[in-house]
Write a protein that binds this ligand. Structure first.
Ligand SMILES: [Ca+2]
Ligand SMILES: [Ca+2]
Ligand SMILES: [Ca+2]
Ligand SMILES: [Ca+2]
Length: 182
């Protein structure tokens, strides 16, 4: 996989929305992740592969991981699918439905759009989420960086929708359905 593609792929994982379903479908299969072939992806299988193959390629220079500020910028950019640096109510709602509903009470864009122009600017996005535990829930050791292990565990938990500690085939396949949703 070329760098730009991996970059995009990881970004999408971070925001948990697989906008480009081909990235996953073409480049990895369930079998790639299930290293002991027992039909389930255990947490250690997921974390090992994620750290070895994806995180390194995506973030070769920064040994410490992703800084808080970078995390918010990248997740904002990931949601801004038309690249106009604003989140429309549609773009905002996708983020809310998949990621923020545990952290913010209202899904209405009005609750974050503090200047009332009908769009969410980065500063509005940052201000709304910074107050919540969205970042700190991922940053398990509270060092202000999201390490490769923390990110891997976060992505794993996102995929493990029934919280069984294992990813089964149907959970794995759900990412194609996310795509159809958008
Ligand atoms: Ca397995
Ligand atoms: Ca936009
Ligand atoms: Ca606004
Ligand atoms: Ca950390």
């Amino acid at each position: 996989m070329e760098y730009a593609k991996i970059m995009k792929y990881i970004l999408l994982i971070i925001i948990g929305v697989l906008i480009n379903s081909t990235a996953l479908a073409q480049n990895t299969s369930f079998e790639d992740w299930d290293q002991d072939d027992d039909g389930l992806i255990e947490r250690h299988e997921f974390v090992d592969k994620f750290v070895d193959e994806y995180f390194q390629a995506w973030n070769p220079e920064n040994e410490h991981g992703i800084l808080e500020e970078g995390f918010f910028q990248e997740s904002f950019a990931g949601l801004d699918t038309d690249g106009d640096r604003l989140l429309s109510d549609e773009e905002w709602l996708i983020g809310y439905n998949y990621f923020f509903r545990d952290y913010l009470v209202y899904d209405d864009i009005v609750s974050v759009d503090s200047d009332g122009d009908g769009q969410v600017e980065y500063v509005e996005y940052f201000d709304s989420l910074y107050e919540t535990s969205y970042f700190t829930d991922i940053d398990l050791d509270s060092d202000n960086y999201i390490s490769e292990f923390e990110l891997a565990n976060y992505v794993f938990d996102n995929w493990d929708t029934n919280d069984s500690g294992l990813i089964n085939r149907s959970e794995f396949n759900q990412f194609d359905e996310y795509y159809l949703d958008i």
